[in-house]
Write a protein that binds this ligand. Structure first.
Ligand SMILES: *Cc1c(COP(=O)(O)O)cnc(C)c1O
Length: 371
């Protein structure tokens, strides 16, 4: 057998698992209808709270990827024909809008240029022109362009123009939560979605989702078809620390282990570490002469996108990085396919992983085969 290069998995998710998480997820499975499971679920929810920044709202565990969490948000909160404002600056903002459209919402899109954040004043203006908007869809961290939106200013502008009848605010925080500070209670965000395989150092399979008190008024009246995702059922079971359907127990073992480590480190330090590794990655890439894609004022601390230099073939570059150096990067999506590569630095990532990635990029930049 050929000797294997150590893999440096730096894609936008799944992200690598620490040894303790690997061990935890390989335990024998348990029944999800016994006290042992209830203790597990209760502890996971309690440990998620400081990262969500919520003491008050329900947090549900859904067995699905992040997209399932976004669909759950839509179908639980909305009725067909509801007017929805979808704020998008990339592929994932577009996806949230597509889900709403698929279930019959009347979607108004506000789009911002790729690499740029959403402009709060423009969003507020759209809202002013459409007083009957029922919900606003926001992306916290647009993983496809490596831009982090300023949720505080977005929410503050939204509230300013919608005093009497504020729309629900539904947030895709799939690739930011657990790494970037977010104050769900303070911003009164109605729905916030994240997923285990991004910044949480956990295996894929679990979407975690918070639900505000105000969201429940809508949930109780919402008419979109929904069965598996039904929050009313989820609540009934969450009250006894269970889920309505069989959860991905092994993934939950992994998530539980990861959360214990995150709590031990403390949210403030986890957030600071991501800030530092984000800045370190951007500096390193620039020092190789690579051009960052996102507006640097809004650069994400969980992922960095850089342009493929002129004359270079993105796909070939990715292949060489993988085969020769064990470095696995994400490519560009949609209109950015072939134009950028993306290097994730969320969850279980050390400076030496970034150094190794930068070294691989440095060496490969000299490789003529990429041209
Ligand atoms: C990864 C990601 C998704 C999709 O999550 P899946 O788990 O692949 O379904 C959605 N939104 C954002 C911002 C993401 O980073």
């Amino acid at each position: 057998m050929k000797s294997q290069t150590k893999v440096n998995l730096r894609v936008a998710g799944p992200t690598p698992l620490p040894p303790a998480v690997l061990k935890a997820e390989s335990q024998q499975v348990i029944s999800h209808r016994v006290p042992q499971y209830e203790t597990l679920q209760k502890r996971i929810i309690a440990n998620l709270r400081p990262f969500f920044g919520t003491k008050k709202y329900e947090i549900f565990l859904l067995t699905s990827s992040g997209t399932g969490g976004l669909e759950a948000a839509i179908v639980n909160c909305l009725s067909p024909k509801d007017k929805v404002l979808a704020v998008t600056c990339g592929v994932f903002g577009d996806r949230f809008a597509q889900i709403a459209t698929a279930f019959g919402a009347q979607v108004i899109k506000v789009e911002f240029p790729l690499g740029q954040p959403a402009n709060p004043q423009v969003v507020a203006q759209k809202l002013k022109e459409n007083f009957d908007i029922q919900a606003i869809l926001l992306t916290h961290n647009e993983t496809s362009t490596a831009v982090t939106n300023n949720l505080e200013s977005l929410v503050s502008e939204i509230r300013k123009v919608s005093k009497g009848n504020p729309p629900l605010i539904l947030v895709d925080a799939i690739s930011s939560l657990g790494a970037v500070k977010l104050k769900v209670d303070q911003l009164a965000l109605d729905i916030v979605v994240t997923a285990s395989q991004k910044a949480w150092m956990a295996p894929p399979g679990i979407a975690m989702i918070s639900v505000s008190k105000k969201a429940w008024e809508k949930i109780n009246r919402a008419k979109m078809p929904c069965f598996y995702w039904d929050f009313k059922k989820a609540k009934k079971y969450a009250d006894k620390n269970q889920t309505p359907w069989t959860p991905a127990v092994s993934a939950l073992f992994g998530l539980d282990s990861a959360l214990k480590a995150m709590i031990k480190e403390g949210p403030t330090r986890v957030f600071k570490r991501h800030q530092e590794i984000g800045a370190y990655t951007r500096r390193g890439l620039k020092s190789l002469g690579l051009k960052l894609f996102a507006n640097e004022k809004f650069a994400s601390n969980t992922i960095t996108a850089f342009r493929v230099p002129p004359g270079f073939e993105a796909k070939k570059w990715q292949e060489i990085l993988a085969q020769k150096y064990g470095l696995i990067l994400s490519g560009g999506q949609g209109p950015l396919k072939g134009k950028i590569l993306r290097l994730a630095h969320m969850g279980y990532v050390l400076k030496k992983d970034i150094d190794q990635a930068l070294e691989a990029l440095r060496k490969s930049l000299k490789d003529q085969k990429i041209k």
